[in-house]
Design a protein around this ligand. Structure first.
Ligand SMILES: [Zn+2]
Length: 92
């Protein structure tokens, strides 16, 4: 008879923890910026964009980026940098 009561007591001791740690409220993206020197996130919710490989090469060189499925996901600031560097293209 003893052990069940003992086990239950043990459980209630550990069962008081708040489960808030399982869901992170910290704002973190899922898609890392494709620019190798950048550690920001390229999620849409962060203003990230996807560039073509050719566009990425123009600004960061052939080994300066990481591609995903034929595109390069870049964060907001990298996109702005790219836009600045390729200002010769007026089309949006
Ligand atoms: Zn970036």
């Amino acid at each position: 008879m003893g052990f069940k009561a003992k086990a239950r007591k043990h459980k209630s001791d550990a069962g008081e923890t708040n489960d808030a740690t399982s869901k992170k409220t910290k704002k973190e993206g899922e898609i890392p910026c494709g620019v190798n020197t950048c550690d920001k996130f390229a999620d849409k919710s962060f203003g990230g964009r996807s560039l073509s490989i050719d566009n990425a090469i123009d600004v960061w060189g052939e080994s300066g980026y990481t591609q995903r499925k034929g595109r390069v996901r870049v964060c907001k600031s990298c996109y702005r940098k790219w836009k600045k560097d390729s200002s010769s293209e007026d089309s949006y």
